[in-house]
Ligand binder design. Sequence first.
Ligand code: HBI
Ligand code: FE
Length: 299
Amino acid sequence: MAETATPPRRVEHQQTDKGYVPVYTTAVVEQPWEEYSADDHATWGTLYTRQRELLAGRACDEFLRAQDAMGMDARAIPRFDQLNEVLGAATGWTLVGVEGLLPELDFFDHLANRRFPVTWWIRRPEQIDYIAEPDLFHDLFGHVPLLMDPMFADYMQAYGAGGVKAHAIGPEALQQLTRLYWYTVEFGLIRQADGLRIYGAGIVSSKGESLYSLESEAPNRIGFDLERIMRTRYRIDTYQKTYFVIDSFEQLMQATAPDFTPIYARLAAQETIPAGDVREDDEVIHRGTGEGWASGGDV
Ligand code: HBI
Ligand code: FE
């Protein structure tokens, strides 16, 4: 477990070029709740209110229920210690404050131990519509609520344990596992009886992508297929060209139960798949028009 530091003064994160966000420090920090400014609380409130209005009928039921159960609301930035009481009782997860993106291994180790790293600072008012790196709103509003769901909470821990193993296997395994995180935890959709809904944190914390992911004709929407996803490249700096759709969190958990070693070996011999492709054995829910797609830039 990383050492605990005193809450840092707000450091200016260097402006990033698209897609790359520097790692600052791996230290866990206490949430400096008393130091948040009125602007910080107002930014939280504006984003919270706007997203909750958008997400009614768009986010999956589990997400909305969990966010309410945690007592999150628009009035102020939630306190990690209060959330940890509720979260700990529900699924044994704990939030820890961090400065920002962590090296993969540090991140995986936290997840494997049911610790979710949450950036302690929130974007500035002028960044309200877009910020290149995960801030408190992305992590706390986007990622944390679903950790209340026992099955999703188990998936996140299994993902972390798998990440620690993948890190030991090598960079290709790591990249394949990162694609799985990207197309599920960050940008995943789920089928409900009343239609497609969002569960990915990167979507629920984004005004534009909350609409685009469900309603635009441009992107593909394809049924979940573990190895297909692990081969599929993705864009960091634009809306996704393809969204993968699960039937349930149980499906995610079952898909990631087996040992991945033979999967990594099998995938190493196969080509990666461009982000916008549709394959003949895909379960195509919606074939995208590709309208407005920027070319290249898939990682
Ligand atoms: N670090 N703090 C933080 N939060 C993340 O979501 C995160 C990270 N480091 C790496 C990472 N995500 C992704 O590369 C995962 O796929 C591992
Ligand atoms: Fe994220």
